[in-house]
Ligand binder design. Structure first.
Ligand code: CA
Ligand code: CA
Length: 455
């Protein structure tokens, strides 16, 4: 502390005043130095140069941006001070301010001149993958006015920093234009390696945020585990809080789990689902006869109608338009599908939606509804209802038939109606819609949906 000598000359007011003013000037100077050191956050040790007053104050480094390249962070640092600085550390802090990693630049210390921008690369430790970090040039984070000794490394707490939150994760290819995705884990449970297997995925509010997808689900997409290779899919139904979606997975090894990705959140995406590419066979009766053969064995009535349907607005119908019955005497006939190959299947399932009404009688097999699987014109009955088997009237529902016995063969599906006789035929008849054949094993793969990810 400076010493102050007071001179007081009796009777000389003017001299006393001058001394007082000199004293005031000294006090102000000392205070200014203290305030200067305080505001410049000078807490480190002064170098010899600093003590000699040759070090410029206010040298500062600012993190201007961070981006990720693979498992490296590329940090852009601007020198907004007035002397060359050297960067030899980058700190990754938790949002709470805890130092998670102190990293040396991959290419060694980086010098940056005043007004210059340095590019500093650091490798992200594996344990920080997926975590939010604050990239900082100081262990404390935040923005501090600091002191930097020229030519030397940045001392602890001696760098100006700006914080920027980045999400670090391993390099992940991403479907361009999509905002979100979730991993979908599919586990094989039958002990057989599945090929080109259609997997049913049920979405509801417990595993999916419907507000983040387009209202009709048209921006839904599926990829393989590489995150980019698109998979065939089909949206069976889409509501406000629930949806049923099918996706065809190229291979699911026996008793193993594969991960695919479900993308959503792209306002520009249009629906690209296609059930014909997901299933072995799919016909919603909306494309005309579509290769089906119609055979009247006696007063046959099979045709496509718009009177009732499961998928809008057509179905196959055995009955008379306008009359809505099959009261034409004894009547029988069938429809026969185009050939369906079950090669490279692990099993097979036939499903169809149906509605019927026929007579009710406790004996005989009048008003018989039958489904056959045919191989080389040899047909075997796989499903049957008649006047005393099954309900007299059934609203739209799905029938499910395991036809795994035909794996490896080329089959045709036959739907046949036979009144047997001409009595009691004043009923509406039989409708068939949405006929599907697909690869199938039991138990079917288990599906779980993981947490939402962003690019
Ligand atoms: Ca239909
Ligand atoms: Ca009848």
């Amino acid at each position: 502390m400076a010493r102050v000598f007071l001179f007081r000359v009796p009777g000389s007011k003017g001299q006393a005043k001058i001394v007082t003013m000199l004293l005031l000037a000294v006090v102000v100077t000392v205070a200014a130095v203290i305030v200067y050191l305080w505001t410049s956050s000078f807490t480190g040790e002064l170098s010899q140069e600093a003590r000699e007053g040759t070090v410029s104050m206010g040298k500062m480094l600012k993190v201007e941006g961070v981006r990720q390249e693979g498992n490296s962070l590329v940090v852009y640092v601007r020198n907004i001070g007035d002397a060359t600085a050297t960067i030899d550390r980058v700190y990754l802090l938790s949002p709470g301010g805890t130092v998670l990693a102190s990293l040396e630049p991959q290419e060694g210390p980086v010098e940056v001149d005043p007004s210059g921008v340095a590019v500093v690369r650091v490798q992200v430790p594996d344990d920080l993958v997926g975590k939010e970090v604050i990239v900082s040039l100081s262990e404390q984070g935040g923005t501090t006015v600091c002191f930097k000794v020229q030519g030397a490394a940045i001392t602890t707490g001696a760098a100006s920093t700006t914080t920027k939150q980045v999400s670090t994760s391993p390099p992940k290819p991403w479907l361009k234009g999509w905002q979100y995705r979730r991993p979908v884990n599919v586990t094989e449970r039958s002990g057989v390696t599945l090929a080109n297997y259609p997997v049913r995925i049920v979405l509801d509010s417990s595993n999916f945020d419907f507000s983040k997808a387009k209202p009709n689900g048209s921006d839904l997409r599926f990829t393989t585990s590489d995150g980019e290779t698109l998979l065939s899919y089909w949206v069976e139904s889409w509501g406000e809080e629930s949806a049923i979606v099918w996706v065809k997975i190229p291979e699911i090894p026996a008793s193993s789990t594969v991960t695919i990705y479900m993308y959503y959140g792209n306002p520009n995406a249009k629906y690209e689902g296609d059930p014909k590419s997901v299933f072995t066979f799919y016909d919603d009766v909306e494309s005309g006869e579509n290769g089906w053969e119609i055979k009247s064995e006696r007063n046959g009535l099979w045709h496509i109608t718009t009177h009732r349907y499961h998928s809008p607005g057509h179905s196959w119908y055995y009955g008379r338009e306008g009359y809505w019955d099959y009261d034409v005497g004894t009547t029988r006939g069938y429809i026969l599908s185009p050939p369906i190959s079950l090669e490279n299947h692990q099993g097979a399932l036939l499903t169809f939606w149906t509605w019927w009404e026929h007579e009710k009688y406790p004996w005989g097999s009048f008003d018989s509804l039958d489904v056959y699987v045919c191989v080389n014109k040899k047909c075997k009955k796989v499903w049957h209802r008649d006047c005393n088997e099954g309900p007299q009237k059934a609203d739209w529902h799905q029938e499910v038939i395991d036809i795994s016995a035909y794996v490896g063969k080329t089959i045709r599906i036959k739907f046949r109606f036979d009144s047997i006789d001409s009595l009691y035929n004043d009923y509406e008849g039989w409708y068939v819609d949405d006929i599907v054949v697909r690869n199938y094993v039991t138990p079917e793969p288990n599906v779980t949906i993981g947490a939402e990810e962003t690019p």
